[in-house]
Design a protein around this ligand. Structure first.
Ligand SMILES: [Fe+2]
Length: 154
């Protein structure tokens, strides 16, 4: 029973996840690798200390990545020009962080049953978020970049 619970299919980054913005794509690959690593290192016997270290690193990297995207949103005035998309995007970032914070608390209280579902959630979240909201942002940034370079050459 417990063996099946820890079975994990690593999620490999591939081109369909590309937003067309290099810094975002690189960070997405790193984030995915971190989730995969977390799966590989967390077992039934993982100590609370190890679990806290792994999830803390994951959370810090996620926050760093979200800051990168959010400063790009500011730079290209995503908030002004696509306020609904921007609000949705920010909300998803906050939900992701809150989920990691919640599972770290859960683990402290001794309940390990939530770990795998949460890691599954993170994996699925990255795929969905990348495909939907990050892709929209990528298209927007690329259009802005194109505008900038055409106005330069005018
Ligand atoms: Fe994002």
């Amino acid at each position: 029973m417990s063996e099946t619970k820890y079975t994990y299919e690593p999620f490999v980054w591939s081109d369909w996840m590309s937003t067309g913005v290099e810094v975002i794509d690189t960070q997405h690959q790193n984030l995915l690798n971190m989730v995969n690593d977390a799966y590989n290192s967390i077992t039934e016997t993982t100590s609370p200390m190890t679990f806290q270290r792994i999830t803390k690193e994951l959370l810090s990297y996620a926050i760093y990545h979200f800051q990168t995207e959010e400063s790009l949103m500011k730079e290209y005035d995503y908030f002004g020009e696509r306020s609904d998309d921007a609000a949705q995007h920010i909300k998803e970032h906050r939900d992701f962080s809150a989920k990691i914070v919640a599972v770290r608390k859960t683990f402290n209280s001794g309940d390990r049953d939530q770990i795998i579902p949460v890691l599954e959630f993170l994996k699925t979240w990255i795929a969905n978020h990348t495909q939907k909201v990050d892709m929209k942002l990528g298209v927007f940034i690329q259009a802005k970049e194109a505008e900038r370079s055409s106005s330069k050459s005018d």
